[in-house]
Write a new protein. Structure first.
Length: 221
């Protein structure tokens, strides 16, 4: 109910609704409203119930369907079709961060913390807009086929490990790059907080892939 919103927020909603209704009037539109998300539902409900909007819809000659979408929601997952990429699997399996469209990545396996302790381990995520290599990795998860994306993740992760002076070898078997191989590379950061911090973005994106594939025991084709 809009009446339950803070006064300033309520005024903004009502102002937007009246302005949008005026736009529809100028275009002689009889709209049918749809919404995705709680805020959009409030706005759509207000528009439907607005007295001048009701009168306009009775005489308007042009019909239109209008979809209101909360920007806080994951628009991609709300409207995209199914596709064969790792990003879709990651977003579909890992839990979401609160009030975000990003996912929560469990990084605890790389930290030497007693599970019985009261220490809180903050989750990792996929979004690292200021880190070019992380942006490139996320692009690979979205645009490449799973097998190719796994190869890119392994290359970037191996490079990150090498930059920190850690010894690691990548010896894929007949099945190619697997989550187990990626996990073994990530374990090179275990107990080395400075190295992990230096390669935090790559390790978070890589761990998201590992957690996803291990969760469903998925074999990349």
């Amino acid at each position: 109910d809009v009446s339950l919103l803070p006064q300033s927020y309520r005024q903004q909603v009502k102002c937007f609704v009246r302005s949008f209704s005026s736009l529809c009037e100028s275009m002689d539109i009889q709209e049918t409203c749809f919404s995705v998300g709680p805020t959009s539902k409030l706005i759509a409900s207000e528009l439907v119930a607005l007295p001048e909007a009701k009168a306009r819809r009775k005489i308007a000659t042009n019909k239109a369907s209008i979809v209101f979408v909360d920007r806080s929601l994951d628009v991609l997952s709300s409207f995209s079709r199914s596709s064969d990429n790792l990003a879709e699997k990651v977003f579909g399996i890992l839990p979401c961060l609160p009030n975000s469209s990003d996912v929560a990545v469990d990084m605890s396996s790389l930290l030497e913390i007693d599970k019985s302790s009261r220490h809180c381990v903050a989750p990792g995520c996929l979004s690292h807009p200021d880190i070019p290599v992380a942006r490139s990795l996320l692009s690979s998860l979205v645009t490449l086929r799973p097998k190719e994306a796994m190869m890119d993740v392994s290359r970037r992760l191996l490079d990150s490990v090498s930059k920190q002076g850690l010894k690691a070898q990548l010896a894929p078997g007949k099945g190619g790059i697997t989550s187990s191989l990626l996990h073994s590379l990530l374990q090179q950061f275990r107990g080395k907080p400075e190295a992990l911090a230096a390669q935090s973005a790559v390790s978070q994106v890589s761990m998201a892939v590992v957690n996803t594939l291990q969760d469903v025991n998925h074999k990349v084709r």
